[in-house]
Design a protein around this ligand. Structure first.
Ligand SMILES: C[S@@+](CC[C@H](N)C(=O)[O-])C[C@H]1O[C@@H](n2cnc3c(N)ncnc32)[C@H](O)[C@@H]1O
Length: 273
């Protein structure tokens, strides 16, 4: 496999929840800048049709990522008007939960209790999505998730906006410069974070813990991504008569690559909706 196992700060249970949220808030901004929601809305719309699901259960939602934006797009179409979204995370944060509660949108909820993506069989029913969170799983857990989706006939859409393209030696060589660039980028992205809290500001511009942790996690994510070839290894033996897998690179409207997806679908319509 090309993927290697590096640590990310946000994976540790001792890592402060507020700091994890400040970091995932920045990913929300990045999604908006790159236009991830359009790509995701397209993928999810197709997955909903093919799986006949009426509910989306997002695993590893962080601060929500592109999902609330995706729901706005989907709800603009009659066909998807009644689709619900349940966001979940291994480390759900009370502030994030409060934010979505205060929006009073009956179609969008954030689960208050922890949901481990590796325990997919016990997650609420519906189309499972994992956006930028699959690379957090080591190969053993990654395989477990895929196996569980297939065994329990649960539709599963995995989307990663980054790709593991660079040779590892080049990634190490460029690391100091890449970290610096990412840290500087955070300084420009922060004003677009919503809600913009005093913590986000203080720990970015005065005590720059957020740019440091974000830069490391962002860079460490690259070699942790499963390439499509790595996915072939993980999916070995999981294609059956009753469950199929498809995967591909995604492109923006202008033709530039933006991530990869893997979609697992039960062939019959026997899934829970
Ligand atoms: C890089 S963030 C992505 C957040 C969001 N999906 C997005 O695109 O902005 C990864 C998220 O996965 C969560 N996570 C890590 N391991 C997990 C697990 N085993 N089960 C559920 N969530 C997990 C982390 O807490 C974090 O919020």
């Amino acid at each position: 496999m090309k993927r290697i196992q590096l640590f990310e700060f946000e994976d540790y249970d001792w890592f402060p929840s507020w700091l994890r949220v400040c970091m995932t808030n920045l990913i929300v901004v990045l999604h908006k800048l790159l236009g991830v929601s359009d790509i995701l809305a397209n993928l999810i719309a197709q997955a909903l049709i093919k799986s006949n699901a009426k509910q989306i259960v997002d695993l590893g939602s962080g601060a929500g990522g592109a999902m609330p934006e995706v729901m706005k797009i989907l709800h603009g179409f009659d066909r998807y008007k009644n689709v619900n979204l349940i966001m979940t995370d291994l480390y759900p944060d009370t502030e994030v939960i409060r934010k979505f509660k205060s929006q009073n949108n009956p179609n969008i909820k954030y689960n208050e209790s922890s949901v481990d993506a590796t325990d997919i069989a016990n997650a609420p029913s519906g189309l499972k999505t994992m956006v930028n969170s699959f690379h957090h799983m080591d190969p053993e857990n990654a395989r477990k998730i895929l196996e569980s989706a297939q065994k329990n006939k649960q539709p599963l859409l995995i989307y990663e906006m980054a790709q593991n393209n660079l040779p590892l030696w080049l990634w190490w060589l460029l690391l100091p410069v890449s970290l610096l660039i990412l840290m500087i980028t955070v300084l420009f992205m922060t004003p677009f974070v919503r809600p913009l809290t005093w913590r986000q500001l203080v720990f970015t511009y005065i005590i720059p813990i957020i740019p440091i942790c974000y830069a490391w996690d962002g860079q460490a994510s690259m070699p942790r991504m499963y390439t499509l070839k790595d996915m072939d290894v993980l999916l070995d033996g999981l294609e059956t008569e009753e469950y199929t897998w498809e995967k591909a690179i995604m492109f923006r409207k202008k033709g530039k690559k933006l991530g990869t997806y893997v979609l697992g679908l039960p062939k019959s319509n026997t899934i829970n909706k």
